[in-house]
Design a protein around this ligand. Structure first.
Ligand SMILES: Nc1ncnc2c1ncn2[C@@H]1O[C@H](COP(=O)(O)OP(=O)(O)OP(=O)(O)O)[C@@H](O)[C@H]1O
Length: 301
């Protein structure tokens, strides 16, 4: 069952080229969905459409199995958002900012203490938010998004500008929320490496087109397929003949033998044959095996 289903979303700003081109999004209930793409790919535009902040032009959006067009108020009551940067009153404290939002959401006063604790801001006391560090502001933005205990969180690059410790804190917080409350989380980022340990599902957008959508495992399987072994020897041609004799498809690239990742036993047998045939092996290494390179490959022109 999907929490968000968007079909054939297309969007143009004024007369220009389509910023989104026929996007289908399927965001499963209870998932943490990483929405990935380079700057300008169309992430914020998509999120704004999902929240009804931009008027939909083409396509269909359903959230909680309801049409966004027909039930926007009801959907937004169950959704927490953080788009671009949080709007805070700098002359007020974290608690005072949250008190304003509490009136809008009409939720219990005890939620304020809970969310401040959750994001690690309960000891900020009388400090005005104008004096907060960027990380504290981001965390307060997340506290605002969480104040009414939403079932769905839509977060646009919430770790933007944070140092590695700040990023880890936010990731841990989101993981905890997802695990303990079953909150579905849609989070955008321009770095796969930043969210790969957090997300269960992934959508990769490039120039308004969705290039990949699926589980993290499916993306990792793709990574496996794109992973090769490179072997550096003193005689690439003969090494290639040996590998071919073993019915393994290989090629020579700049003198290096390139073959798909094979089982450990096969690799050991090949190595033995190289040695028996007096081929000197200088290096055996895995190439192109990180997810980030898959992401870059997918988004290369
Ligand atoms: N108000 C606007 N008017 C015209 N074009 C816009 C407007 N907002 C965004 N765009 C354009 O739409 C495209 C997608 O922008 P969008 O902000 O959705 O991308 P993004 O993936 O969120 O990027 P970033 O990571 O930089 O925020 C970009 O080419 C951008 O210049």
């Amino acid at each position: 069952m999907n929490c968000i289903e968007a079909k054939a979303l297309t969007y143009h700003f004024s007369e220009g080229e389509a910023v989104l081109n026929n996007i289908d999004l399927n965001i499963p209930n209870g998932s943490i969905y990483g929405f990935l793409g380079a700057n300008g790919a169309g992430k914020t535009t998509t999120m704004k459409l999902l929240l009804g902040l931009l008027k939909k032009q083409q396509g269909d959006i359903r959230i909680f199995n309801q049409s966004l067009h027909e039930n926007r108020q009801n959907i937004l009551r169950r959704t927490g958002t953080f788009i671009e940067s949080p709007s805070l009153y700098g002359h007020l404290t974290a608690e005072e900012n949250l008190k304003i939002w509490r009136r809008i959401y009409q939720c219990s006063a005890s939620n304020i203490k809970e969310v401040l604790e959750l994001v690690g801001l309960s000891s900020t006391g009388k400090k005005k938010t104008a004096k907060f560090s960027l990380g504290m502001k981001q965390r307060l933005g997340i506290a605002i998004a969480l104040l009414h205990k939403p079932q769905l969180l839509i977060l646009d690059e919430p770790t933007n500008g944070l140092d590695p410790t700040g990023m880890i804190e936010i990731r841990d917080l989101l993981k905890r929320l997802n695990k303990e409350s079953g909150t579905t989380i849609l989070i955008s980022s321009h770095l796969l490496s930043e969210v790969e340990k957090l997300v269960t599902d992934v959508g990769i957008i490039h120039k308004g087109n969705l290039l990949f959508q699926g589980t993290m495992q499916a993306l990792q399987a793709r990574q496996q397929q794109a992973t090769n072994i490179s072997i550096d020897t003193n005689d690439g041609q003969r090494a290639l003949e040996i590998v071919s004799r073993n019915n393994i498809k290989a090629s020579l690239q700049n003198g290096q033998l390139i073959l798909p990742v094979t089982e450990r036993e096969v690799m050991s047998r090949l190595n033995e044959q190289f040695v028996n045939e007096q081929i000197e092996v200088y290096q055996i290494k895995i190439v192109n095996n990180d997810l980030e390179s898959i992401f870059i490959d997918l988004t290369k022109n």
